[in-house]
Design a protein around this ligand. Sequence first.
Ligand SMILES: Cc1cc2nc3c(=O)[nH]c(=O)nc-3n(C[C@H](O)[C@H](O)[C@H](O)COP(=O)(O)OP(=O)(O)OC[C@H]3O[C@@H](n4cnc5c(N)ncnc54)[C@H](O)[C@@H]3O)c2cc1C
Length: 416
Amino acid sequence: MSVVNSVALARVGRGDLCAGCGACAGRFPKMIEMQPAGDAWPRPKAIAFLTAAQDAELAGFCPGLGQSALPSEQPAHPLWGAFHDMRRAWATDADLRHRAASGGALSAVLGHLLSSGRVDAVIQSTAALPPDPAHANRTIVSTGVKDIAAAAGSRYAASSPLTGLTAWVADGRRFAFVGKPCDAAALRALALQDHGVARAFPVILSFFCAGVPSRRGNEALLRAMGAEPEHVTAFRYRGHGWPGQAVAQLADGSERVMGYHDSWGGVLSKHLQHRCKICADGTGTAADLSFGDPWETDAHGYPLFTDAPGQSLVVIRTALGAEVLAAAEQAGAVESTGYDVAGLVTIQPGQRNRRRTLLARLLALRLLGRPVPDYRGMTLLAAARQERPLTLLKAFLGMARRAWRGAGRDKARTET
Ligand SMILES: Cc1cc2nc3c(=O)[nH]c(=O)nc-3n(C[C@H](O)[C@H](O)[C@H](O)COP(=O)(O)OP(=O)(O)OC[C@H]3O[C@@H](n4cnc5c(N)ncnc54)[C@H](O)[C@@H]3O)c2cc1C
């Protein structure tokens, strides 16, 4: 078997396509490792040669290189992918519902999976420990409902939750996995080709994701809140209300606070990695269940970000997802009501616009010779057809201009 340097990772690096999921390092732990974030995002570094077969395998599951729609009997919605149903849901545990990002339905489902014995543990992300900064993430293996509740909440920072993959598959336990849509896509692709992975991860959960801000972006947020990053001892992005506020606790015992609209819309959303800007799956199409915000809207139909009792939007992607949600509801962990899918297009403008303009932006990159992910069955043409031609042209020209100038290339490049 020939030994080659990784062609797949080289392409990821050339196109700045890494999502940071850590699946490559998790699958080939002695050959690839994730390098710390620096001032941007964690990136893989090849520390030994991959065989040609390993490199081909990597190309098959790396979400930076592509994603194929999950086979489904349900029709694929142009914006939201294939789904069985969407529901508005919340945790029945009032404390969890309050602490969580939206309505805590995701954590409540995880808690039910654990307490019912369907899985032995949960792979999820939570706040990093010192010496890492308080805004950073770390991956944890939760074995108790209390651990899951403590990790509730959205963290708008890089996470690489698949880095421990090989060890977890060898471990013999069954895990529920929670990750960004790109993390879920990588794990699903691996599970479809490897029974061991499928056995170890019987349930995959995800959430809507507008993109991952850099470490630099998080530091900019803290400064905008009036806190020097090195003085921050704890940080949450939202939660404790819906959507709640970004809250930084400082070493002197004081707090700095900023509303969701200003922290996400005003700062963090301006620091997203390139791969997120060309993402075809912001809504977790590879998961069994995916969760988002079913925002209330104003008279013009625009999302309201005023605090209210939390609610999670649950997208049921698979028959297993339907069964898991029904079981969690029957056990009293979650309550849900119907959701009118037609409203989603208005309350998720970021997801809607990215999907509709994606084909134009991918085309611009291709024409300039930049590598792009190979998306299959992701209904990009149907999404583009919903957009005005002038908007598509602007998206095309904007991406072409940024690519021409080299913008969008982060400094933490993938090393091969
Ligand atoms: C980066 C990011 C972008 C998002 N963008 C959108 C969006 O555009 N539209 C939208 O409707 N919703 C978005 N969400 C999802 C939303 O914030 C809620 O997570 C979702 O509604 C579920 O809420 P919940 O209360 O049910 O989840 P919770 O019960 O609070 O559980 C959240 C779970 O997510 C895990 N988690 C948190 N942060 C990360 C992370 N960085 N990486 C991996 N796992 C993590 C936690 O471990 C926990 O298990 C985003 C979340 C993140 C982290």
